[in-house]
Design a protein around this ligand. Structure first.
Ligand code: GLY
Length: 565
């Protein structure tokens, strides 16, 4: 970036040293198991469970619950998500969909006022809240695939919430950036603001006693109090007090689902990832099917031609995302056609090697923030793996807290296309396939992915960052699988992002200037971004005689630290 050009050499050297140290701190190597989460205490919670004999599912759930305590802008019991579980002894993957669902009162035009979309209503307050899926999804994961009890896997999060923890950089930034909205909700203000009304700062101790009580109930009784008991009543009251229409009966009707995972090949690798209602797996698979015949290794990682082909493939795939993807229980997503060799060949024929085509040739980014979502990757000593992405959508979701429960409710209703062509908080447009309807799940970009080679887990990855989840996960996978980078280099490497609309190519500062110039000459409209997504990944770097070496990497972009033993 021009900023770097103008920077004295000493500062560049210092920055490089900081980045190298940061990278070393964020990675961890072990010979049994590993956890990569966006917060060191969440990775540690997962590791504690692995060390205690839990499997990858137990560790992932422990890390998810801990993230909800220490980074509550990213996820929590008021949100929802997706999990891919690979069981080594079965040689099979499973997908859990615990995405939020629209209440029964929801309808196609619920956010239209005088013919115009009211994006404030879909993003903040009671109408923005979808039925949370997190308690049901985590309970399903443990009862179906875990080896420990809910009480055991909840223990590390409960301890953090009860004893308190130091506020770290990411949360401090989110509290600072959202003080006004947090102050407008009595529960959120009580949790996150000090008596003088200022947010807690880095290094301050934060205790979450109301959340500890909710976690205690989850540990003892599972998800039922959240869907039928006292907590359900409080969720209804909180949502209604802020203008929403979600009821206890909506909560009572919620079910987490198991779906067949989406499987796709890339060379000798097999990817298992999330099918709709997430667009993440399908979009990644579509881009890979377009890119596979090119000799990307020959072009070179982050070369201008590679990034041009990647950007054009992303435009094509995101255009299909906008048109075709939605909740498969409501719309027929034509995945077989979108993932067919014929569709990929048709996209390749359209791509020009020298010019970026206008997005209209393939059928608005205000960039994503990585603040409302989190990802956890785990591999255990037996070769089981979990990729779990979970979210409250944008930072602190709807900004509605459940009184005395410590729960931050999601604003996932904004992931619907509230009016055809109207961009959501991530600049994504959509149409009828993702329109609002009662009991429908909004489309997601979450992309929890497990890569297999010769029937063994090779890599686990996923990200936060709205649509940048897709591009950051995809580039990290390609960096390892195609460009043979180590997992820490793959996660740290600078990234690009294109989501078809708007016509702009987001570029991180680390992409070299000659490459940026070459992309501009091809007609891409570049826009500098400080961070594109936040990836958490684990790579199995060696395996023989039942022993494996695992390397986990938490993305320095969000300040995470991985853990392994
Ligand atoms: N809430 C972000 C996503 O699901 O894509």
């Amino acid at each position: 970036m021009s900023r770097l050009r103008a920077t004295p050499l000493a500062c560049v050297v210092t920055l490089a040293c900081v980045l190298i140290c940061w990278q070393a701190r964020a990675a961890a190597t072990g010979s049994h198991g590993a956890v990569a989460a966006e917060h060191r205490l969440a990775s540690r919670a997962g590791l504690e469970i692995l060390r205690a004999g839990g499997n990858a599912v137990d560790a992932a759930v422990a890390a998810v619950l801990a993230t909800g305590v220490v980074n509550p802008s990213s996820s929590g019991l008021g949100g929802g998500g997706f999990m891919i579980v690979y069981l080594a002894d079965e040689g099979r993957a499973h997908a859990i969909d615990y995405r939020e669902r629209a209440p029964a009162s929801a309808h196609r035009d619920m956010y239209i006022r005088d013919g115009k979309a009211d994006t404030k209503a879909s993003r903040r307050g009671g109408l923005a809240v979808g039925i949370p899926g997190e308690p049901a999804g985590l309970e399903l994961a443990i009862t179906q695939f875990g080896s420990l009890t809910l009480e055991e896997v909840t223990a590390p999060a409960l301890q953090l919430a009860t004893e308190g923890f130091p506020v770290e950089g990411h949360l401090a930034k989110q509290l600072e950036a959202n003080t006004e909205a947090l102050a407008a909700d009595a529960e959120l203000a009580a949790i996150f603001l000090r008596e003088d009304g200022r947010p807690y700062r880095e290094g301050d101790k934060l205790q979450r006693l109301h959340l500890a009580d909710s976690l205690q109930k989850f540990a003892k009784k599972g998800s039922s109090p959240f869907y039928a008991g006292a907590i359900a009543e409080d969720i209804e009251t909180a949502v209604r007090a802020r203008g929403g229409t979600l009821t206890r009966s909506d909560l009572g009707s919620y079910k987490a689902l198991q779906r067949p995972p989406l499987a796709t090949g890339y060379g000798d690798w097999r990817l298992v990832t999330m099918p709709p209602p997430s667009s993440g797996g399908g979009t990644i698979a579509q881009v890979l099917s377009v890119l596979e015949p090119y000799d990307l290794g020959e072009l070179g990682q982050n070369s201008s031609t590679y990034l041009h082909l990647l950007a054009e493939s992303l435009k094509a795939a995101f255009s299909d995302r906008a048109k075709f993807y939605g909740d498969p229980d409501f719309v027929d997503v034509p995945l077989a056609r979108l993932l067919s060799p014929g569709h990929a060949a048709a996209v390749r024929t359209r791509i020009s090697s020298v010019r970026a085509l206008p997005s209209a040739a393939y059928g608005n980014v205000d960039g994503g923030s990585d603040s409302g979502t989190t990802h956890i990757s785990v591999v255990d000593k037996d070769g089981n793996a979990v990729a779990c992405t979970t979210s409250v959508n944008t930072a602190f979701g709807s900004m509605v807290g459940v009184p005395n429960r410590g729960i931050v409710l999601n604003n996932t209703m904004d992931d619907f296309s509230i009016q055809p062509g109207v961009a959501n908080a991530f600049g994504l447009v959509g149409n009828e396939a993702n329109s609002v309807a009662a009991a429908k799940r909004p489309l997601s970009s979450m992309s929890p992915t497990i890569v297999l080679s010769k029937g063994q887990v090779r890599m686990v990855a996923g990200a936060s960052g709205g649509p940048m989840i897709i591009t950051s996960t995809l580039q990290t996978l390609l960096n390892v699988v195609e460009f043979e980078m180590s997992v820490e280099d793959a996660v740290t490497a600078p990234r690009i992002h294109h989501q078809w609309m708007p016509e702009m190519l987001a570029v991180e500062g680390g992409i070299p200037e000659p490459v940026r110039d070459s992309l501009t000459r091809r007609g891409h409209r570049l826009r500098p971004f400080s961070a594109i997504g936040s990836v958490q990944a684990v790579e199995v770097i060696g395996s023989s005689g039942g022993k494996r070496t695992v390397r986990a990497m938490s993305d320095p972009r969000k300040g995470g630290v991985a853990a392994a033993y």
